[in-house]
Ligand binder design. Structure first.
Ligand SMILES: *Cc1c(COP(=O)(O)O)cnc(C)c1O
Length: 360
């Protein structure tokens, strides 16, 4: 068996020990004689898996007791609709900070539900930085302020948390959740699709402050009403059981490695290897402002685009896959989530150097 270094933006690399454990437990989970996939979500076995996953996530992120943790379906993009449906609470508008491709989608969807105020935008700078907080035009009457903490395509990440005062801060953390410690109490709501840093696709995690729920728009489907799901331990309908189980194994794995402090050290080490090299050569480039560079997704371009194909082919021959950049921006992108080992980034940098030496 050969495992590649998988630089996919998502669904993405998972920790090998987690995959091994899942394989070992595939036919018989913990003496139950069943695969987790075959279990009733209402049975005591699955309820224990679900409860443990929530407890471990709460511990990792130090989630305060007045926040609900929901394990839902519908993806990160589904939340672009479910957040306004649940959080507008009769207000007419919400604030958005446009940092790139993912926020553009959030803005577009929200327009179906409310007045959208663009409090700040990185568009003039081609989305290569997070707009400085001093420039944000926040509306004190807004229902919430929506940001994307890590733009997966542009490689732009917040390394600070905006203080939005009494207006709840909503963050799409799909691609950097669990990559480093955060202070959950600064947010009204955090959401994330699992398939970048937590597990397989199909699971969406929502962490929401209790006082914000229970005011959904009348037409909100019950399965997407946070209050309905919170009151039913995310089991108003069948939750994505197998994805929750794998995410639970990932949470345990991160805890065993030392939690989010350890993840941050690991992720900073990897990102520094790659950015330091990118900054040392003109053969490759990354356009993002240094203070806003993502620790998770590193887009880069070759000076000579005509070499892109050859670069990707050579990488593949060395067991490094899914380095092609998103079609919206072109070039390359290395996604180096929690599960990417330092060796993967070392191998990538070594290959980039060799490729430069033979083509530069
Ligand atoms: C991947 C991603 C999404 C999309 O999530 P889906 O699960 O495909 O709906 C949303 N936001 C960000 C920041 C992402 O990286």
């Amino acid at each position: 068996m050969t495992r590649v270094f998988n630089f996919s933006a998502g669904p993405a690399i998972l920790p090998e020990p987690v995959l091994r454990q899942a394989a070992a437990e595939m036919l018989d989970w913990n003496g139950s004689g069943m695969s987790v996939m075959e279990m009733s979500h209402r049975g005591k076995e699955f309820i224990s898996i679900h409860a443990q996953a929530e407890a471990d996530l709460r511990e990792l992120l130090a989630i305060p007791a007045n926040y609900k943790v929901l394990f839902l379906q519908g993806g990160g993009l589904g939340q672009n609709a479910f957040v306004p449906m649940n959080l507008l609470r009769g207000r007419a508008s919400a604030d958005f900070v446009n940092t790139g491709e993912w926020m553009k989608k959030s803005i577009k969807e929200a327009k179906n539900f409310c007045k959208v105020n663009i409090a700040a935008s990185g568009e003039a700078g081609d989305f290569t930085s997070v707009p400085k907080f001093e420039t944000w035009k926040l509306d004190p009457e807004a229902a919430y302020v929506h940001i994307c903490s890590n733009e997966t395509i542009g490689g732009v990440e917040y390394h600070w948390t905006p203080d939005t005062g009494k207006v709840p801060l909503v963050a799409d953390m799909s691609s950097n959740i669990l990559s480093r410690p955060i202070d959950v109490s600064q947010y009204g709501l955090i959401y994330a699709g699992a398939q970048k840093n937590m597990g397989p696709s199909g699971l969406t995690v929502v962490i929401v402050r209790e006082d914000l729920i229970g005011h959904a728009m009348p037409q909100t489907p019950f399965v997407f009403d946070y209050k309905q799901q919170a009151d039913n331990d995310s089991m108003y309908n069948t939750p994505p059981t197998y994805a929750i189980y794998i995410a639970g194994l990932v949470f345990k794995h991160i805890k065993a490695l030392g939690g989010l402090q350890a993840m941050e050290v690991h992720n900073r080490t990897k990102a520094a290897l790659l950015y330091d090299y990118l900054d040392s050569t003109s053969f490759y480039s990354n356009p993002v402002a240094k203070e806003d560079r993502s620790l998770m997704n590193v887009p880069f371009k070759l000076k000579n685009e005509a070499l892109d194909e050859a670069f990707l082919k050579g990488a593949q021959a060395r067991g490094m896959l899914q380095l092609k950049g998103h079609r919206a921006v072109g070039g390359m992108r290395a996604s180096i989530y929690n599960a990417m080992p330092v060796e993967g980034v070392q191998a990538l940098v070594a290959y980039m150097k060799d490729f430069e030496a033979s083509n530069g």
